[in-house]
Structure formats: structure tokens, C-alpha cells
Design a protein around this ligand. Sequence first.
Ligand code: TYD
Ligand code: MG
Length: 448
Amino acid sequence: MRTSIFSCSKCGNQFPKWAGRCESCGAWGTVLEEENQTTAHETEKNTSKPGKIKLFSDKFHATANTIPTNVHALDFILGGGLVSGSVSLIAGEPGIGKSTLLAQCALAVTKNGKRVMYVTGEESPTQVKRRLERLSPKLPETLFALDETNADIIAATILNQKPDLTIIDSIQTIRTEQANGEAGSVSQIKSSAAIITAAAKSSSCPVILVGQVTKEGDVAGPRILEHLVDTVLFLEGDNAHRYRLLRCLKHRFGPTDEIAVMTMTEHGLETVTDPSEELLRDRLINTSGTAITCLLEGHRCVLIELQALVTSAGYGTPIRRATGIDQARLGILLAVLAKRANIHALDKDVYVNATGGIDARDPSNDLGLALAIMSAVKEKALDPRTGCMGEIGLAGELRPISLPEVRLKEFSRLGFTTVIGPQIKKIQIPKGLTYHGVGTLREAIQYS
Ligand code: TYD
Ligand code: MG
């Protein structure tokens, strides 16, 4: 028996008979007739089998199977390797080394006799082969190429071949008939990734997608795929520098607070075991305009060098250039230095740089940057065994930062004898280290 019900399209209230005006919200002409679905549904029999419930207090068996990639940095960040059926995205600017890292990964995974399929969308299979041969002259018997940009065909191949790992380089070049637009458009990337994700899940085969990020931001980049994939990794650094940072922005199967530092060599990307030591190795001692600060990335501390160059400005507005440092933050610090500490560089050209191509935009680097600028203005080098840390407020006050003790340990481990930072109550200072906890930038300058 067909029953009807009338419901308001505005407020959703239901009525047994039609009315010109909704009694509930008062809107006119919004009450429409529709089939009474609840009544219709109640008369039908529910044929679904009930789901199984279990006690939270019981032991849960981990069903996820992890495949190690045998690439140290990747396994470290992923907490052991790739979970079966998972989809990971490796994002980064062009030329940063995504294809290199994945070529290494493809070769390393085959070491355990696993089958790897490399989908070459962006480059020709010959180009990818050349890269692989550069890394390993003899190519393994279980490494396959698929020269394809159609997401449906790639998904069907995953389901049919069930490779132990599929690498798709890159998602921007993949398209599907099921969506409109050019390859690389938001709708194409989303739909293609969804088709490939479905194949990964139903075949339990892990997939790694490469995502290009433009310098201007993340146009059609990882943001639109973030909710779709299980893991988002970011490879960053400066093409001109040797160092690359691999960080995890999202990981459904573990913590996201580890980073790996790698360096580009002729044999691909190699993990740096002691990043602080590596980053400080090339620094010039007794040169003005540099300061050492501690960058905290997740659980990991890395000591980095901040550099400043201050020169007389030519005509017009003074130049400000910042690499690895926020340009707006630089402007604020120059103003605070002038107003609160009598260090004048506002009318000068100022260039600042975090060495190694590291992203040092964290506010805890404020004091390091301010002291580097101060040292450049005064043309006086800071003591090479003094480090600094702390955020600076507009009043010139030094603000507390997270995990100061972890940072102090790192300074101490690398042979620093003095650290200047904010005042901290009850702090444990490593043996052999002097900590100057100060309230203001002016005081910090006195100790430097
Ligand atoms: P690539 O991995 O193609 O970057 P992406 O895929 O992110 O665009 O290339 C990165 C750079 O690394 C490229 O300029 C060549 C260089 N490279 C090395 O220095 N050593 C190597 O062993 C390889 C394979 C590449
Ligand atoms: Mg590439």
C-alpha cells in the first residue's frame, strides 16, 4: 500500500496533509508530498546479516600486515613499513627527489622477492629505467613498469596483478573518464585517486602516489587528497642544497612526529644519522651574522645555523630576503630589535637564511634570528659554543618554548657550553652547560 507524507523542504518537519504554509517554520510553498519511506521500509524484511560485536576488553588482533620498504628513512617515518592496502602520498616540489626516493624504494622492496609495479605517468618508462639503472645496474626480475595514465586501467591492473607495491608517479598525470576536466585538475585528481584507493583496499596491495606541489602553494596538491589517503609524507628542502627533510603530515597507522633528514648523493638519497652534526659541519667559526638555534621537529631536535647579512640600502625601499624564514616575521624582529634593543637595521638591506635549505619558520627560532642580525649589524661574531632559543614578543620579551630540556640536551651533546633562552622554572640543565634564562631580548644580547 502506498502511503504519502508531506514534508517541509526547509525545516524537514513532516505532516499528514498538505498545507500552503509550513506550520512549523512558517515558510510558504515548501511543503511537498513524498512517499512515506519509513512505512514502506518497515513492511519490507531486513535481509542483512547482523554484524559481529566483540568486547573492547578482549585482545584485538592486528589484521594489518606491514611490508618494510627497506629504505631506512621511509621505514623510520612509517613506523616499520607500508601497511597492506594502504595508500600513501609523497608530496614535494618538482626536482626535490620524489622519483629518486621511490626508485630506491622500488628496488629495495624487491630485495625480499616482492613484486613492484611502477606506473610511469610523468616520465617515459625509458627515463625511469635510466634512473633505476643508475641506482642499481642490474635490475631485479620482479620490478615491472606500467606505462599508463588511465586510472581505471591502473586500478584493474592492480586487482589483476596484485603487486606487493604499486608506485604511481605522479597522480597529476592520471585521469579517468568518470570525471570532467584535464589531467591535473582537482576533479580528475580526486576521482583518479578514489578509483586507485578502492583498488588498493580491495586487493590489500599498498600504493604510493606521488603528488607535485608548486612553489606558489599546493594547487591541486596534497591538500585535496589528504582525507582520501592513509598517509601523507612531505619531502622538502631546497634544490640547491644537499639536504632533504622527509616529514609525515598524516599517518593512520602510527605517530606523525618523526622526521628523517636525507642528503642527495650520486647514489640517490641517503639518510643522515646525525642531522645536527651534519648541518653544523660546514659552518664558519668567528664570522659575524650567524647564530645557532635548535629546531624541534616532532620528537627530534636539529641544531641549525641562521645567517644574516645586513648592508646599506640603495635607493628606495630596503630589500628583505628570507630563505627558510618567514618574511613577515623578519620584519617584526627588525622592528623589535630597533625599538626594544637599540639595534638598527630597519633602513638597511637585510638577507636572512636558514642553512641547509631547512624550513625554520618556527617562532622558537626568533632569538637565533635576532642575534644573527645583531651580530651582522655590529660585525661581531657570537661565541661559537653558545646556542640560543626562544620566541620574541612585540614588547621585546622572551617567551617560553616547548620542550626546552630536550633542546638543551641536544646543544650539550654537540659540545655547546652556553645557551641563552627564556626564563624557565625548574629546569634540568645538562652537566657542563650554562643556561642563561633571560626575560628580554635586551638581556639576551648582553649575554651573547
Ligand atoms: P627527481 O627524483 O626526479 O625529483 P622529483 O621526482 O621530485 O621531481 O630528481 C631530483 C634530482 O636529484 C635531479 O636533479 C637529479 C638528482 N639525482 C641525484 O643527484 N642523484 C641520484 O642518484 C639521482 C637518481 C638523481
Ligand atoms: Mg619525478
